[in-house]
Design a protein around this ligand. Structure first.
Ligand code: HDE
Length: 708
């Protein structure tokens, strides 16, 4: 019996990533290319008989399946990737000879965003640092910028990395909690290692729950070195600045997202790219003189727990990155990509930051296990776009068929090839390790004294935030420490907070019901740096999601006008209605009130909100614009929940052609910041104006989501 072949639901696509030497074809085959007649039934001794060992196809299919999974990354296991291009402004060439920084040069790249702590299948919107790793396929070889969305790190020396990671991972006895820092071992580590306080502060701030990968800054964290064409060295810190600004979820949204849509960030990135709202960042540099002390304004540039405020050293933009293509195969690209901070090109070099030095060892080491041997740079996603002739040979999963008999240097049997720079026909710019003077010193296990300041930057960060942001920090610490069972740990962390800011400490202690300790360390007061706040400035709405609630009675012209205006403004419109199907203008309903939650949009327009009740008459009362009080026939009560959530999350809500009593009828304050009435033509411009600041923060006072 043959299985009927269903009609394809999509046009067959050629596999664009297939090696041209191995065309995929359309016939089903074994891995050896033999065409198959039946892949749905095992070979049996009669229809009711036992399965035969000789069934090679069965064994091959199941054996391959048994080995489909590879070990996940020990950290940053959960990630999402995208392809794009970097276009250089040429401004970086002044201090760096790297070819990809020359004016107008376009370099293809792949980016992987990740959470740090969770497993591969964990939720996206957890409180955590985010990885922001970029692979530039430059003409001089691969350059990897393997950064995070926060400019500081928990520890100062790589030897502490296994310790901090063990502390944030689930407890070893029961393997809970997953992808969370709100547990005893993490806060035990942080409170015992005061060097971790600055990074913990960033994670407890809104930065720990980004609204979108598209709205995150990226930081190289360490100080790197750039070398100009004339050999002059500068110290630099890398920054990615998102075009859409830096925005976050509120805690309620993060918790909802982790249940309602665990792929929240991954989906947001791919949806935006699919919709043509290509995410953009500028790459910028903070440049420092390569002086003997390698410090700036008392900040040791080799200490990765410190950052240098933009107010002190402005960021100079050197190019722009646009992400415009989703991966076509998650495993081949996002899972198999292998980043390494030691993938450098001529003109960029490392410094002696002890954290960076340890990373230079770790990445290739872990990838040998994860990717099954030493040849993972031959995987398509890792393959340099520059020619490779490396004398590395054999090993597991070798796919090159190397020619020649003398993979050693120097040789005379292969004509001396491959040539070092300056030999044979090789006149290319080589990578040169910067000839840094290494100070005469005593061998030992110690840090410079400048690494001992653990609190001043945490204090500076906290005091630079706006009132509602500080309130979020207080709530985050209260939540996280509230989840710690050990009172000793809670009290020890309160002691650290007392050294950072007395009011912060008191607010958290109040929530925990613990006494407020006094400071036990003298801390330097630094000037605030408002640039770390996310609440200042105004931003474009490109690619932000505008929810539009309509009903099956809403006039076609109303929906057409709102959707066209939303698209014109750069929004991605998301149509919500009580039930699925199409609206009057033929637009498909994107979400029903069953499948939608408030987390899915940045602002909400309410055009109409009635349920199509079987047999109900559509009269002048049920047309768009008519209000039905809650409870009346045809009203969908789920809208009340949606509106209340949207309201609590400080998002703008625009009532389109609704009477004055609309918001009160639905149980919200009648007037107030971000609750707007508008006619159909004015509705979208109203949302644009309100979204420029991301949220209507003034809706609530410092005490949180309690109406004023
Ligand atoms: Fe990583 N880190 N890391 N890290 N890291 C890894 O490499 C490590 C650190 C970062 O999307 C691993 O291939 C050590 C700082 C990102 O594939 C591993 C230390 C920063 C990613 C590793 C650090 C990062 C990783 C795990 C302390 C920001 C994900 C899988 C010295 C500047 C890359 C892998 C991707 C991944 C080691 C600290 C960023 C184990 C030893 C600081 C974005 O090699």
């Amino acid at each position: 019996m043959t299985t009927p072949v269903p009609e394809p639901t999509q046009a067959r696509k050629p596999n664009t990533n297939a090696d041209p030497g191995h065309p995929q074809g359309t016939a089903l085959t074994t891995s050896q290319g033999a065409v198959l007649r039946d892949t749905d039934h095992s070979l049996k001794a009669g229809p009711r008989g036992p399965v035969l060992l000789q069934d090679h196809h069965l064994r091959e299919k199941i054996t391959h399946f048994d080995h489909e999974r590879i070990p996940e990354r020990v950290v940053h296991a959960r990630g999402a990737g995208a392809h794009g291009t970097f276009t250089s402004y040429g401004t970086g060439s002044r201090i760096c000879s790297a070819a990809f920084l020359a004016e107008g040069v376009k370099t293809p790249l792949f980016v992987r965003f990740s959470t740090v702590a969770g497993s591969r299948g964990s939720a996206d919107a957890v409180r955590d640092t985010r990885g922001f790793a970029t692979k530039f396929y430059t003409e001089e070889g691969v350059f990897d910028l393997v950064g995070n969305n926060m400019p500081v790190f928990f520890i100062q020396d790589a030897i502490k990395f296994p310790d901090v990671v063990h502390s944030v991972k689930p407890h070893p006895d029961l393997e809970i909690p997953q992808a969370q820092s709100a547990h005893d071992t993490f806060w035990d580590f942080v409170s015992l290692h005061t060097q971790a306080q600055a990074h913990a502060m960033w994670v407890m701030s809104d930065r720990g729950i980004p609204r979108s990968f598209r709205m995150m800054e990226g930081f190289g964290v360490h100080t790197f070195r750039m070398i100009a064409a004339d050999g002059q060295s500068s110290l630099v810190k890398f920054h990615w600045k998102p075009k859409l600004g830096v925005h976050s979820l509120v805690w309620e949204e993060a918790m909802l997202a982790n249940g309602a849509d665990p792929d929240f960030h991954r989906r947001d990135l791919s949806d935006a790219i699919k919709a043509g709202a290509f995410p953009e960042w500028e790459l910028g540099l903070q440049v420092f003189e390569d002086n003997e002390g390698q410090s700036f304004d008392g900040i040791d540039l080799l200490d990765p727990t410190k950052f240098v405020p933009e107010e002190l050293v402005p960021i100079q933009m050197v190019g722009k990155m646009v992400l415009d293509r989703n991966p076509s195969n998650y495993f081949a690209e996002t899972e198999q990509v292998a980043f390494h901070p030691g993938h450098l090109v001529p003109g960029i070099d490392v410094t002696n930051d002890p954290l960076l030095q340890g990373r230079l060892f770790s990445y290739i080491d872990t990838q040998i296990t994860r990717l099954g041997g030493p040849n993972f740079s031959q995987l398509p996603i890792n393959l340099p776009h520059a020619p490779v002739n490396d004398m590395l040979r054999d090993g597991m999963h070798q796919t090159y068929i190397h020619e020649g008999i003398a993979p050693y240097h120097p040789n005379s049997l292969d004509g001396g090839c491959p040539y070092q720079a300056g030999e044979g026909d090789n006149s290319k710019m080589p990578f040169i390790d910067f000839p840094e003077l290494v100070a005469e010193s005593v061998k030992g296990r110690s840090n410079p004294v400048s690494f001992d300041d653990h609190f001043s930057q945490a204090r500076m960060f906290y005091r630079s935030l706006q009132a509602h942001e500080r309130r979020h920090v207080q709530q985050a610490y209260s939540f996280e420490l509230g989840k710690c069972a050990s009172e000793v740990i809670r009290a020890r962390q309160l002691q650290a907070l007392a050294n950072i800011d007395v009011q912060l400490c008191a607010a958290v202690a109040r929530e925990l019901g613990l006494p407020v300790p006094g400071a036990d360390t003298e801390v330097v007061d630094r000037e605030p740096c408002p640039s770390v706040s996310q609440a200042l400035g105004s931003w474009p709405v490109d690619g932000r999601i505008l929810g539009i609630v309509a009903s099956h009675h809403t006039e076609a012209s109303v929906i057409e006008t709102l959707v066209a205006a939303a698209n014109h403004a750069g929004f991605q419109p998301l149509l919500l209605s009580s039930v699925g199907g199409s609206l009057a203008d033929g637009s498909p309903v994107d979400r029903t009130l069953l499948t939608a939650r408030s987390i899915e949009f940045d602002a909400l327009l309410i055009a109409d909100f009635l349920v199509p009740v079987a047999g109900a008459k559509v009269d002048s009362d049920t047309k768009a614009g008519a209000v039905r009080p809650p409870g009346a026939i045809g009203f969908d009560p789920r809208l009340v929940l949606l509106l209340q959530e949207t309201y609590r999350q400080s998002k703008a809500i625009v009532a389109v052609d609704q009477p004055e009593s609309f918001f009160q009828d639905l149980g919200l304050e009648g007037t107030g910041p971000g609750l707007v009435h508008a006619s159909v033509p004015d509705a979208v411009p109203g949302a644009v104006a309100l979204l420029a600041t991301h949220r209507v923060w003034e809706r609530f006072d410092e005490s949180g989501p309690v109406p004023k």
